[in-house]
Write a protein that binds this ligand. Structure first.
Ligand code: PEP
Length: 265
């Protein structure tokens, strides 16, 4: 009998600029990135860039004018599509800018802005309703990890995310495993931690939505990814990409991370 060939999903490497770069700096960084990327990078890896809202139009213009095959991404969106919600930016507004991916439930939003699993679920629906793909962030705190509660925490977060699509087919969805203790700390998870977490995420999806849905789901790892640790973190079979914060602000580092996702064979 021929041994089964392990399924490898197409990697997705996403750069989360957080609250960095005004629109002039963003134009410069997007152009620099476009000049550094080779056809072999974008042929092998899906790439998304998530600038702040005020930079989206500028970055969209650069990517489209320079024909850079990098998807535009956002870092957040409103629950509602329109209305009296001062200061919010809606999913239809993002879709109109050709945004393809929206980060939902980043731990900084959960922790600093009080986003609950319910709010995250409503945002997931808003993104999907408007034809974009959510990157749903999940992850445990250091206290939860030390208490042996990582699996329970991830399971609850993924079940809540899946609950957003109760009674409907599961839409295209990316899950980013981002342990809180690894974000911006310089202390990345080990490849084994990342693989175990990705397996938990996939098994929750398999239980709720079946093996096909679980097999198609892309699970990213995020937390202190650098050009030095990217290849190791991407090596396990269930890790399908990376969500990169700090290192994505430097186009040279970000491209080096993208290249780790398709090492020359
Ligand atoms: C993030 O912002 O999602 C992140 C993982 O940040 P960093 O890479 O800086 O840890």
């Amino acid at each position: 009998m021929t041994p089964a060939i392990p399924v490898r999903r197409r990697p997705l490497v996403s750069g989360n600029w957080k609250m960095n770069f005004d629109h002039h700096q963003a134009i410069h960084a997007a152009r620099d990135l476009g000049l550094r990327l080779r056809g072999s990078d974008t042929a092998a890896v899906d790439i998304s860039l998530h600038p702040p809202f005020t930079d989206l139009r500028s970055v969209q213009t650069v990517l489209e004018a320079d024909d850079v095959p990098v998807a535009l991404g956002a870092q957040n969106c409103a629950v509602e599509d329109a209305g009296a919600f001062t200061g919010e930016v809606s999913a239809p507004m993002l879709a109109k800018l050709h945004v393809e991916y929206v980060i939902v439930g980043h731990s900084e939003r959960r922790r600093l802005f009080g986003e609950t699993d319910e709010v995250v679920a409503a945002k997931l629906r808003a993104v999907v309703r408007n034809g974009m793909t959510p990157i749903c962030c999940v992850g445990e705190t250091l206290e939860e990890r030390e208490a042996g509660a990582t699996t329970a925490r991830l399971t609850a977060q993924v079940e809540a995310a899946l609950g957003a699509f109760e009674g409907t087919g599961l839409p295209a969805l990316v899950v980013a495993y981002e342990p809180l203790w690894a974000i911006g700390t310089g202390r990345a998870a080990s490849a084994q931690d990342a693989e175990e977490a990705a397996q938990v995420v996939r098994s929750v999806v398999a239980r709720a939505r079946g093996d096909d849905a679980a097999g198609q789901l892309r699970v990213q790892y995020g937390g202190s990814v650098t050009p030095e640790n990217a290849a190791e973190l991407l090596a396990p079979p269930d890790v399908d990409g990376l969500l990169v914060g700090g290192a994505s602000l430097d186009p040279a580092q970000f491209v080096a991370i993208v290249r780790a996702a398709h090492p020359p064979r």
